[in-house]
Design a protein. Structure first.
Length: 339
């Protein structure tokens, strides 16, 4: 009795409550509101993730994000970014010129929003948030930003998809509506320290804990949405005038669960094509590929292979991210402050 519903609620109460992403390095704003307005254009990202393909009811996540500065950052010029020159002679001393021309950010505000749907079996989590961030320079080449995101999240349960077995096809203790919705606040905080070659970030998601209950009993079917802490860092290395290497990591901390972490690596050629690899502790390996098509359009694709017992039942996880740059007057191909 309650096998299906309790297992779903246990997932919410004890496991990873926020969706997993593989390509958060391509869009760190999805996990940290302090990134709003970090570049001198509006960055729109659309993503679809099909997790554990082949397993019925496996998670499927869709999100749309947009973030940018309140107004154009006047000082920003192509020389402060890693624009990819077409002529070979212009590739000389790229790393030196990049560091020489790089300046800390002009103080300014950034805004953004995100819309998310994360469906797993009979449970669907959806959220809508607006974000605000403020960026200031700490020194001539180091900047910091702090951000706040606020909105609402909903957890809906489709009771028509619950299965209690042949002997007990239904249970009177479970709410009998076809779809039961629970609306809760969704608030996040973040901070981001960055320079020409590195970033360090921290964010707290769902900082207002919320109870959820889908049963007619106050004693059964309860769950709790708890805060999640994310710590991230990365360092950009110019291997030569054509190739850069970015190792990075993310650490996740959720109440009553073991600390988990990712280790990532990204190689980028001429700021146009990039390849990546990722290891998620005790969960999966991933391969990534992407391209900055021009100063208005880019995309990324990743394929994950799980290392858990599910590997015998799934053909893997697919994730795609499409990026559109609006107001990119300087025609920057590769971002200035995250890569």
């Amino acid at each position: 009795m309650f096998v299906t519903i309790l297992s779903c609620l246990a997932t919410l109460a004890k496991a990873q409550q926020q969706p997993f992403y593989t390509q958060y390095v391509l869009n760190p704003f999805i996990s940290n509101p302090a990134l709003a307005g970090i570049e001198n254009y509006w960055d729109v990202k659309l993503s679809y993730r099909n997790q554990w393909q082949g397993i019925e009811g496996a998670p499927k996540t869709i999100y749309l994000t947009a973030q940018g500065p309140f107004k154009q950052i006047k000082y920003s010029k192509p020389t402060t970014s890693t624009v990819a020159p077409t002529e070979k002679k212009k590739r000389k001393n790229v790393a030196t010129n990049y560091w020489t021309n790089y300046k800390s950010i002009i103080p300014h505000a950034g805004f953004g929003f995100s819309i998310l749907s994360d469906k797993m079996g009979p449970i669907n989590r959806y959220a809508a948030n607006a974000s605000y961030a403020y960026h200031v320079g700490l020194s001539s080449r180091t900047s910091i930003s702090a951000g706040l995101a606020g909105g609402v999240q909903g957890i809906s349960l489709n009771t028509d998809q619950l299965n209690f077995g042949v002997t007990n096809p239904s249970d009177p203790a479970v709410a009998t509506n076809n779809v039961v919705n629970k609306i809760r606040p969704d608030i996040s905080l973040g901070v981001w320290l960055y320079s020409a070659f590195y970033f360090v970030g921290a964010s707290a998601q769902n900082i207002v804990p919320s109870k959820i209950n889908y049963s007619n009993s106050t004693q059964q079917g309860d769950g709790l949405l708890v805060p999640q802490i994310l710590l991230s860092a990365g360092y950009k290395v110019f291997l030569n005038d054509y190739l850069t290497f970015l190792p990075s990591t993310m650490i996740r901390m959720v109440s009553n669960t073991p600390v988990s972490f990712d280790i990532n690596a990204k190689w980028q050629y001429r700021d146009i094509v990039w390849l990546g690899a990722s290891y998620r502790h005790s969960k999966s390996f991933a391969a990534m590929f992407g391209m900055n098509i021009n100063s208005k359009l880019n995309f990324g694709y990743s394929y994950d292979i799980t290392t858990s017992s599910l590997k015998y039942a799934t053909s893997g996880t697919h994730e795609i991210v499409i990026g559109i740059l609006l107001g990119n007057r300087n025609r920057i191909v590769c971002p200035r402050d995250f890569w």
